[in-house]
Design a protein around this ligand. Structure first.
Ligand SMILES: NC(=O)C1=CN([C@@H]2O[C@H](COP(=O)(O)OP(=O)(O)OC[C@H]3O[C@@H](n4cnc5c(N)ncnc54)[C@H](O)[C@@H]3O)[C@@H](O)[C@H]2O)[C@@H](O)CC1
Ligand SMILES: [K+]
Length: 501
């Protein structure tokens, strides 16, 4: 699913109006109808609503929604935030229609006391949508902050007011929505981690905009939906043997951190690698061989950490490095010789990324077709401090192009920056996965996919999606609190099955 900018959304609306054809006011009626249906289905008969409207088309939506709620026999009050500008034509038409339906309307001018919102009423935020062009200030900011202080549920129409579709609103007044009902396509601002507190749960409502425009329009960003991921998934050939699925090299673990190595190694084998050789410190050999007899051990000469590249390097077709390796100078030297000697795609995670951040010259050794998997803190250590996730995704895309590799930005919707310039947001996963070890599972899984011959972009799309899906399936048998990274590994099989044709 494509992610449209505010400008593209306007063009998509305009194209639909011209080519369907449909009057702009009727398109608004359709959009409002979908929102009213959602509200009626979501909140019981006894629930009342207070709809706060601006004077642009977002406000027009709000007026139409209020009229529809009243027609369905619900209690609905309307507050219009007065502005110096005249209302948009569709706002004004909907004002007439609401007045004809005898809706109660309160006009809120600067300095007026904000009307009380009844306890239990749902606040509908139709103040500003994609047309907002500067941060909220004055009485608009005051109203939003007041609404944020109420205990009531808040449902934002299209965007939480104050949020921008395409740039950061960090530090600005923004409505804290419980739910956001957004039209036709997700907006970039709704997907970024920094905006998660504002958007609440995001629901995309189909308002019947032109499919022709959608397929003909290029976008920089897309959602990695099940459909997209299925198109990149490679079902196995029935006549295959272990030699078809690659031989992965995984460097992981140190004294006290063999769990990280085990989680990555198990995920690598459950992820379908044909063979796995796991380079571990001496202290970890017994642990690995006992807990995961399917993996081969490559013992490092050092007892507690990785220091020396194993002799034979030509048999592997990919390398995963990072989980639990620590950041000692000996391990840094090992990473350097790995990058210099192995001419295969890498997955670098955790301490491998921290080592890269400490020594920029390592980055230039990274073979094309690799995958870096930082979370935001590791990302900033690698690429410098950033003020916002909008800036981070631009940096990730630039780095992906420079390195000819995939750069992930892990988060609620993990971002996948491809060297082709495309960016994808993952759609699976949940808060239960925010636990030490989840990243190790992802590293192992991505390594497995590279071993099986996936290119970096496909491996990242399929691997990140599977990792999140395994988490979603695992949480059904657990809870967000109790979920363990090992549960993700246990549900990987069920997650793979969801991609089968
Ligand atoms: N045909 C269409 O174009 C459709 C548009 N729809 C709705 O229309 C919205 C976009 O409408 P608009 O482009 O009219 O814009 P909005 O209604 O989002 O807001 C723009 C209004 O706010 C004012 N404004 C902008 N920044 C401000 C600020 N910082 N402080 C105070 N006032 C400010 C503008 O002058 C304008 O009056 C979408 O988000 C969606 O809700 C939907 O009805 C679907 C169809
Ligand atoms: K809004």
């Amino acid at each position: 699913m494509k992610i449209f900018s505010a400008e593209q959304m306007r063009a998509w609306d305009a194209y639909t109006i011209r080519h369907e054809p449909v009057l702009s006011i009727d398109l608004m009626e359709r959009a409002a109808g979908r929102c009213a249906d959602w509200l009626l289905a979501h909140f019981g008969q006894e629930t009342g609503f207070m709809v706060f409207c601006g004077m642009g088309n977002n406000g027009g939506d709000g007026l139409a929604i209020a009229r529809m709620l009243l027609a369905a026999g619900r209690r609905a009050g309307v507050v219009i935030l007065e502005s110096r500008r005249q209302g948009s034509p569709d706002f004004l038409e909907n004002l007439k229609r609401l007045q004809a339906a005898s809706g109660a309307i309160f006009l809120l001018a600067a300095g007026d006391a904000i009307p009380d919102v009844p306890a239990g009423a749902v606040v509908v935020d139709a103040l500003f949508g994609t047309g907002l062009n500067t941060p909220l200030s004055g009485h608009a900011a005051r109203l939003v902050e007041h609404l944020n202080g109420l205990p009531n549920t808040r449902v934002a129409i299209d965007l939480p007011s104050g949020l921008f579709a395409d740039r950061s609103a960090v530090g600005n007044p923004v409505l804290l929505a419980t739910h956001t009902l957004t039209f036709a396509a997700p907006k970039l601002g709704l997907l970024l981690q920094e905006n998660a507190p504002f958007t609440g749960e995001v629901h995309i409502l189909d308002i019947g905009l032109s499919p022709a425009f959608e397929s003909a329009t290029e976008t920089r960003f897309q959602l990695a939906t099940a459909t997209l991921v299925k198109s990149r998934f490679r079902p196995r050939n029935r006549f295959a043997h272990k030699g078809n699925f690659g031989h992965a090299y995984l460097a992981a673990g140190s004294l006290g951190k063999m769990g990280a190595a085990l989680m990555a190694a198990t995920a690598c084998l459950r992820g379908g690698a044909g063979l796995l050789s796991c380079h571990v410190p001496r202290c970890g050999v017994g642990i690995l061989q006992t807990a995961l007899p399917e993996a081969m051990a490559l013992p490092d000469p050092d007892e507690t950490r990785l220091t020396t590249l194993p002799g034979e390097t030509s048999r592997y077709n990919c390398a995963g490095i990072g989980p639990g390796i620590g950041t000692s100078t000996q391990t840094a030297a090992m990473l350097r010789s790995c990058l210099a000697k192995f001419q295969v795609p890498f997955v670098l995670d955790a301490d491998a990324l921290n080592l890269l951040a400490k020594d920029e010259s390592l980055m230039s050794l990274l073979p094309a077709g690799s995958i870096l998997t930082p979370h935001p803190k590791e990302f900033d250590r690698l690429f410098g401090a950033h003020d916002s996730d909008f800036d981070r995704i631009e940096t990730a895309l630039a780095a992906a192009e420079r390195l000819q590799s995939v750069v992930l930005l892990k988060g609620h919707h993990t971002f996948i920056a491809s060297p082709t310039g495309s960016g994808y947001f993952n759609t699976t996963g949940n808060a239960g996965m925010a636990k030490g070890g989840s990243g190790d599972v992802l590293t192992g899984l991505l390594t497995a996919l590279l071993a099986q011959g996936y290119g970096a972009e496909d491996a990242a799309l399929v691997g990140v999606w599977l990792h999140g899906k395994a988490g979603d399936l695992a949480v059904e048998r657990q809870s967000y609190e109790s979920l363990l990274p090992g549960d993700l590994v246990a549900r990987l099989g069920a997650a793979f099955r969801q991609l089968y044709p």
